[in-house]
Design a protein around this ligand. Sequence first.
Ligand SMILES: [Zn+2]
Length: 118
Amino acid sequence: MPSSGYAELRPSLLEDGQMPGHMLNAFCLCGFDREMHVGSSIADLSSGVGATCICYTADGKDLITASEKDIQEHGLEKIDNPFLSDDPLSPRQGIYDGYRCPVCGRNTMSLTQVGFWD
Ligand SMILES: [Zn+2]
């Protein structure tokens, strides 16, 4: 398992059942570079909106973030957050690549975690 460097970024107020918000960077060799905020704030969870996820736009030409509810309603293609693990205090780390880039269409887009939000 890739390790370390992120320990100081662990959310401090996380309680059972709450998902941390992750700041991810989507990057492709073609120049596509996008910071995306996924996960849930406590307000999102209590309002029933659900977690924010990364998905492709309906035409597949861009990446956006949307609630799970919106993604389902609009039939969008979702990218599961690879940094979520069963233990929210030990998020997976490293670089995940092989995602389809919305700009060049190749499977050369990677996701890295750059921090947390809440
Ligand atoms: Zn690309």
